[in-house]
Ligand binder design. Structure first.
Ligand code: URA
Length: 238
């Protein structure tokens, strides 16, 4: 097995963010074969070295989980001949099998989970599970209780059935209003089509949560980090 950088390995295994990992190393909390390490760019051999964080063995895990703050202009695909994809943004991984869990439109920003764990992706995307997804949006025109009620009841977006009940929170109502919308399904362009159904238009769209997973506000557009073990646990439990 190839040698990997210690800080990258620890962050990928969910011990902490890259900067948290650097701090752990600085404060002598990381050992390789029971010898304290002080350099984050130390290389380790995953088959032979035993890495411990705070005295606890950090095992290599097969699956990788990243939270990406997707910028507009990249597509939610693994490869594309013409456009850059979200996978092009993931520089840390050697894995060839990463994929996005669901899709965001090219012009949508925000939380995208990227993994190679097919079973978790299947669970999160299953139409039966009704995993909540919350979006922040700027939309054209005033928003009021009528729109809240329409979304609560379900609107016709041209599918066989109306949309499932969704929760609209109006952050401010103006010529351009700011809202948060939580939906429990994932139809193509769903949020945009829901606002069209009530005579409005989405001008800016960003996903801020999926299931129990919240977008880390410290991630700039295009930045990503491995999920922490806590995040992964609550995501799986949710
Ligand atoms: N709904 C949309 O319309 N677009 C997205 O990218 C996600 C949800």
């Amino acid at each position: 097995m190839a040698l990997v950088r210690l800080d990258k390995f620890l962050a990928n295994m969910g011990v902490g963010t890259r900067s948290e990992v650097k701090n752990l190393i600085k404060s002598k909390k990381i050992t390789i074969d029971d010898v304290i390490v002080t350099s984050p760019d130390m290389k380790i051999d995953l088959e032979h070295n035993i890495v411990k964080a705070n005295g606890i063995v950090v095992s290599y895990i097969e699956y990788e989980y990243y939270m990406l703050n997707k910028p507009a202009g990249v597509i939610s695909a693994t490869e594309d001949k013409h456009c850059s994809t979200i996978i092009d943004l993931i520089k840390d991984s050697n894995k060839k099998d990463l994929f996005p869990v669901g899709r965001l439109d090219k012009d949508t920003e925000g939380l995208l989970l990227i993994t190679n764990d097919g079973a978790l992706a299947h669970d999160l995307l299953s139409p039966k599970k009704h995993i909540p997804k919350t979006y922040y949006a700027k939309v054209a025109g005033h928003m009021d209780a009528a729109v809240i009620n329409a979304f609560k009841e379900g609107v016709d977006i041209g599918e066989d059935k109306p949309t499932l009940p969704a929760e609209l929170k109006i952050l401010n109502s103006n010529e351009v209003s700011e809202i948060e919308l939580t939906i429990y399904e994932g139809k193509f362009h769903q949020v945009k089509r829901m606002f069209e159904a009530v005579g409005s238009k989405v001008l800016y769209l960003k996903r801020i949560s999926m299931g129990n997973l919240q977008l880390d506000n410290s991630l700039e557009l295009g930045e990503y980090r491995a999920l922490t073990l806590d995040e992964l646990k609550t995501l799986k439990e949710g």
